[in-house]
Design a binder for this molecule. Structure first.
Ligand SMILES: Cc1ncc(COP(=O)(O)O)c(C=O)c1O
Length: 438
């Protein structure tokens, strides 16, 4: 982050947006403004001192060195208040994949970690995870996702991707054909091919995975039925049934990645696919969206005999979830704190989604009824140009092409509303995108 700040300050000075002789905010003030630690700013300032961009007048602050940059025209210098200057330095990140954590530092969160940190170290851990957490998670999944799961069919992982990796390590033999959504989640592809799978791209449309036409020879298919990543479709019930029938007919397994299934805005979330046929579906859950990816806890749910095999394989690989985060999550679940937080976040994301949809008025949107991202349906070359120009103006969005494995079949912009810090930033960023994509 220091390096990013150095680069942005250098560019601002080089282009004259920060004029020679201008005073920079104090490291403390800039750190607060950017939401970073003070060390990030002091390191950046030190680097720029060393390079000669900045000079200090003893006791009176940090200034842009005279002569390193052309002076700004006078009226603009007068207008450069700290907030404007910070906005020029600060990027608005609308890339998908991150949850908003601005409201996470609650007393309940801190209490859970404090209590969990008192756990004695364990010599040997059950590869399924801590029993108390497994119980609490089984109840959470029933409450939040409408499906009953047996505790002996639940294994605590480090996240959805780790769950997929463990499943692949258990059931995929090198050369097995495994279906992945196209476009889809690139990390799922990486994990599966890392375990020797031959990836088979399976088309998706606005409703999610296209089930008709799935090849008969797949060992496993990876899918995101609650909110297809990245296109945003919610798999309709008839397709869910057709998918399960396909799996039964072919002796295949379905890996259901339910990464953001708690968030649906128009109607209540559909129950997880797993609930319709626990024999053929392996359910992958995660704290990445409901809390933060940084927590490093997820869950895998499946047929108890299959989960026992996964646990054995996991032990052989010496793979485990750290116990302190497990226990912190148990406490958050048992005290009702997580449910409260998810309810709050559902309201927060609904507000954010509303701002995004309004700011993108006039553009065709997909996948905006659920999850933390949506797709703006624009053709190439407009999408790539809009993303490039938005980045130049400090707004980061992704294009759909990067989520494809093979030839690009869908174009558009993917907008995440988890990572931008404020509603105002979200609105500003989306308004910029709108002017570029219309
Ligand atoms: C489709 C999808 N699955 C899973 C995850 C999260 O995975 P993990 O729990 O491994 O962090 C993400 C996060 O961006 C995602 O987009």
């Amino acid at each position: 982050m220091s390096a990013q700040l150095v680069a942005q300050l250098r560019a601002a000075m080089g282009e004259g947006r920060l004029a020679a002789g201008e005073r920079l905010p104090s490291s403390r003030a800039l750190a607060v403004l950017l939401g970073v630690s003070r060390t990030v700013v002091t390191e950046a300032y030190e680097q720029l001192y060393a390079e000669g961009w900045l000079e200090g007048r003893h006791g009176s602050g940090t200034y842009v060195t005279e002569g390193v940059t052309a002076p700004m025209p006078a009226p603009q210098v007068v207008e450069m208040r700290p907030v404007r200057r910070a906005a020029a330095l600060h990027e608005i990140d609308l890339r998908p994949g991150l949850a908003w954590i601005g409201a996470l530092d609650t007393p309940a969160w801190r209490r859970a970690w404090r209590l969990a940190s008192g756990m004695p170290p364990q010599q040997r851990q059950d590869p399924h995870g801590l029993p108390g957490l497994r119980q609490a998670l089984a109840e959470y999944i029933r409450r939040s996702r409408g499906v009953t799961c047996p505790v002996d069919g639940l294994l605590v992982t480090r996240g959805a991707t780790n769950g997929l990796d463990l499943l692949a390590a258990t059931v995929v033999r090198p050369g097995d054909r495994v279906g992945v959504e196209e476009p889809g989640y690139s990390r799922a592809r990486a994990v599966l091919s890392g375990r020797g799978a031959e990836l088979v791209p399976c088309p998706v449309d606005e409703h999610g995975l296209v089930v008709d036409g799935l090849p008969d020879d797949l060992r496993l298919v990876y899918t995101t039925p609650s909110h297809q990543f990245p296109m945003g479709g919610v798999l309709p019930v008839p397709r869910r049934q057709a998918l399960l029938a396909w799996a039964r007919r072919n002796g295949a397994l379905i890996a259901e990645d339910d990464y953001d299934g708690e968030f649906r805005y128009d109607v209540a979330p559909l129950p997880a696919l797993y609930g319709l046929d626990p024999e053929v579906v392996v359910y992958l859950g995660t704290t990445a969206k409901i809390l933060t990816a940084d927590m490093g806890v997820g869950w895998l749910v499946g047929r108890p005999d299959l989960v026992a095999e996964v646990a054995l394989r996991r032990e052989a690989l010496n793979d485990r979830t750290a116990v302190v985060p497990q226990d912190a999550l148990r406490l958050l679940l048992e005290r009702g704190d997580l449910d409260r937080y998810v309810r709050r976040m559902r309201a927060e994301y609904a507000r954010r989604r509303e701002v995004v949809v309004q700011a993108l008025d006039g553009l065709p949107l997909r996948g905006d009824t659920a999850g933390l991202h949506l797709v703006v349906d624009v053709a190439e070359p407009v999408a790539a140009r809009a993303a490039r120009e938005a980045a130049r103006r400090g707004v980061l969005v992704e294009t759909l092409d990067r989520h494809h494995m093979g030839p690009v079949s869908a174009s558009g912009l993917v907008i995440g509303y988890g990572s931008a810090a404020t509603l105002a930033e979200l609105r500003e960023g989306c308004e910029i995108v709108r002017t570029l994509a219309l």
